[in-house]
Design a binder for this molecule. Structure first.
Ligand code: FE2
Length: 202
């Protein structure tokens, strides 16, 4: 292989493009602009506006496995963190029930990203509920809005969930980057899920 061809090959190998159009950046490489938008999912029937602004959704007597959801929100250039993006989440309890009426807005919250674009919620892993005859996989709904960016309505799922394989939404190709691992965050057994969000331009 001559040197010129080698250089072209080497630069192409610097990043990989997945089957779903996502450009995956590797450590230490130059910044670039690419198609990195986080994909949407259905809103579902249980969204409520005006959830409380809070990062900690837990409360005394809450049942479930605690988890920290965290990540960064980025602009459509894929690399610039977005400060003050509004991140809303909602999910059901361990029995598969949403709080659709109480003024406590259980398992619902909104939070604004900091200057690094970071957000964090402490909550529990949700249970499951029936969609017709099938259980939907455990999931957490997201709505993310920011000036000059397109609103994102989406959901995350969890790796290893056996109900993913028959769910009409979690099985879609565009959901593949939203099926996320639950990882041990520290030696005390705390669990975390990381979900970085890339908004499309407005
Ligand atoms: Fe849901």
């Amino acid at each position: 292989m001559d040197r010129k061809k080698f250089l072209i090959t080497a630069s192409l190998a610097a990043f990989s493009i997945s089957a779903f159009g996502r450009i995956e950046k590797k450590e230490g490489e130059d910044k670039f602009t690419g198609d990195c938008d986080t994909t949407n999912d259905i809103l579902g029937p249980f969204y409520r506006a005006d959830a409380p602004t809070r990062s900690d959704l837990t409360f005394e007597g809450l049942e479930g496995v605690q988890v920290t959801l965290k990540g960064k929100v980025y602009k459509s250039d894929c690399v610039t963190p977005l400060q003050n993006a509004l991140v809303e989440i909602w999910h059901c309890n361990t029995a598969g029930e949403y709080d659709n009426s109480s003024n406590k807005f259980l398992h619902r919250a909104k939070w604004f990203t900091d200057k690094e674009g970071e957000y964090s919620f402490t909550t529990i892993l949700p249970g499951k509920y029936l969609n017709g005859k099938l259980y939907r996989p455990a999931h957490i709904h997201y709505r993310v809005t920011a000036p000059n960016s397109k609103e994102l309505i989406s959901q995350i799922y969890f790796e290893g969930d056996p109900h993913i394989t028959k769910d009409p939404w979690a099985t879609q190709k565009k959901a593949v980057h939203r099926v996320l691992p639950i990882s041990l965050e520290d030696t005390r057994g705390n669990l975390a899920v990381n979900f970085d969000i890339y908004l499309a331009g407005g």
